[in-house]
Design a binder for this molecule. Structure first.
Ligand code: ADP
Ligand code: DP6
Ligand code: CO
Length: 327
């Protein structure tokens, strides 16, 4: 049995968003969702179970986490221990190659990588579907980060039926996502808190559930047909419909800042000038712009002039989880 393992998983950007849980313990979502895994943002995590430890020791980006900051990881390790029979505490060492808690989906890459490394280190040899189910228990969006390319998370109704699968894992379509890192600081309202508030208090939540099903049904054939315009129109509308659930919550809140709105306006101007590009954003102010690779020079030049070169990261479709045993 391997007592230690390491894994790399990439973040994903949702085209059709997950925003609300039906079951907070099992992490079952209210709706299905669909994402694209990104090559530029990822997490590396190693896990070693060690019988000499008296507690889990969790290090993120070289800093030891307090019990409070590490409680999600600790709970997740408990789940892995329960399933595997492993009884030792673990040393977890994780590095985010993505800003943490800024709306760039660090929880997706983090819990996908942790699911891979912890399950492998505990001697569970899980299929990718089982890894997807396990990653879900750490963070909903992690369910999809087990896979590369476009992935769909089937909402399901119980632990077994809620998992992601590839919709198109190898994306032979010259598309890119320009990520605008406008504010890399930790957000004030976590995704978990934000979506819970939307479910409980937004009067528009029932409409959201219907609209997601329609958007999901419409975007899949657009992706398959390589219809970039239709895909873009749907993903942009779906993102704004999600953010309407924050503005309509009680108390209301928003993940946008002034630069978020300025970036959206630039995307609209680019479109008026004939450049096909569409924006989306997760729970944070940082905008992601879907485009086709021939348009990358004009788009990146425009945003570098607006926000500075350091704020502009060009990502492409990324790979699924990579697992390695280290002992
Ligand atoms: P994001 O937009 O980055 O996904 P979330 O609010 O969804 O933001 O999740 C952020 C939380 O995920 C962090 O506060 C932390 O609890 C957890 N997290 C992020 N990266 C890691 C990591 N590498 N290892 C363990 N937990 C992590
Ligand atoms: C806006 O997966 O971060 O990025 O399940 O509570 O950990 P928890 O939330 P998380 O929420 C992601 C929300 C989103 C949309 C998406 O990725 O589908
Ligand atoms: Co997250």
């Amino acid at each position: 049995m391997n007592a230690a393992a390491t894994a790399r998983a990439h973040t994903n950007i949702a085209l059709i968003k997950y925003w609300g849980k039906a079951d907070t313990k099992l992490m079952l979502p209210q709706t299905s969702s669909l994402s694209l895994t990104l090559d530029q943002f990822y997490t590396d995590t190693s896990v070693a179970f060690d019988a000499s430890l008296t507690q889990d020791e969790i290090t993120l980006n070289g800093q030891r986490l307090t019990a409070q900051a590490g409680h999600k990881v600790h709970n997740f390790l408990d789940l892995v221990r329960q399933r595997s029979g492993q009884t030792a505490f673990a040393r977890v060492d994780s590095t985010n190659h993505v800003p943490t808690a800024a709306g760039l989906a660090s929880s997706a890459s983090a819990f996908a990588a942790l699911a891979g490394a912890a399950s492998q280190a505990a001697g569970l040899n899980l299929s990718r579907t089982d890894l997807s189910r396990l990653a879900r228990r750490g963070s909903g969006s992690a369910t999809r980060s087990i896979f590369g390319g476009f992935a769909e998370w089937h909402a399901g109704t119980d632990d077994h039926s809620s998992y992601a699968e590839p919709f198109e894992e190898t994306v032979d379509w010259p598309i890119a996502v320009v990520a605008l890192v406008l504010d890399a600081r930790q957000k004030k309202v976590s995704s978990t808190q934000g979506m819970q508030s939307s479910v409980m208090t937004s009067p528009y939540y029932p409409a959201w559930k219907n609209v997601v099903n329609q958007d999901l049904a419409a975007i899949k054939p657009a992706i398959q047909a390589r219809d970039f315009t239709t895909m873009g129109e749907i993903l942009e509308a779906n993102a704004m419909r999600m953010h309407a659930l924050t503005l309509s919550a009680n108390p209301p809140y928003s993940y946008f800042n002034g630069e978020t709105l300025a970036a959206m306006a630039t995307v609209q101007t680019l479109r008026e000038q004939g450049v096909a590009c569409y924006y989306t954003l997760d729970a944070g102010p940082n905008v992601k712009v879907f485009c086709q690779t021939p348009d990358l020079p004009v788009i990146t030049e425009r945003f570098k002039a607006q926000f500075g070169a350091d704020s502009v990261v060009v990502a492409h479709p990324g790979p699924g989880i990579n697992l390695q045993s280290t002992l």
